[in-house]
Design a binder for this molecule. Sequence first.
Ligand code: HEC
Length: 159
Amino acid sequence: MRKSLFFTVIAICFGALLACQHFGKPPAEADGFWTYITEKNLYTDWEFWPGHDGIYPGKSPHGAYLKLYANPAAIKAVKAGKPMPDGAIIIKENYGKDKKTLMAVTPMYKMKGFNPDGGDWFWAKYGPAGKVMKAGKVQGCINCHRVMQTKDWLFTQPK
Ligand code: HEC
């Protein structure tokens, strides 16, 4: 009995280690982050932000239509009503008025210690094929999202 428990624990640890190695954490750096979300841990396989399934109308300055994805760490926290943890990723796809043309991808990635003055978020804006338009401690993003700083810098709250 004890022995089987021991092996179960070893198996779980090993599994967790493999899972970590597979997904790891992305770097807070433009190209490495894009590679992570499009090759290592494809964001379109993630869940939509609770209450925002599929495509929905957006507001300026973002797309006319939006899709909002979040990684499991972010989903778990938002469902539990907890602040976004280290490693949380929220990715917004911005579409044109035709609801089909992807105009830009704007993620937020929480990395503890990255930028306490900006909610510790890494901000970026990519073209539809991954061209880096902005990345890092982007003042434009920070200055506008700052009004939501008591809500983890997020405008979109769970419904
Ligand atoms: C002028 C204000 C403004 C600027 C600048 C801005 N945003 Fe936003 N952002 C918003 C608003 C408003 C929403 C809610 C979107 C909606 O529902 O249309 C939003 C939503 C988001 C979301 C979904 C999570 C949330 O907070 O609701 C992400 C991710 C995001 N923005 C990333 C960025 C990034 C990255 C930049 C910079 C490249 C940026 N934003 C610049 C106003 C802004």
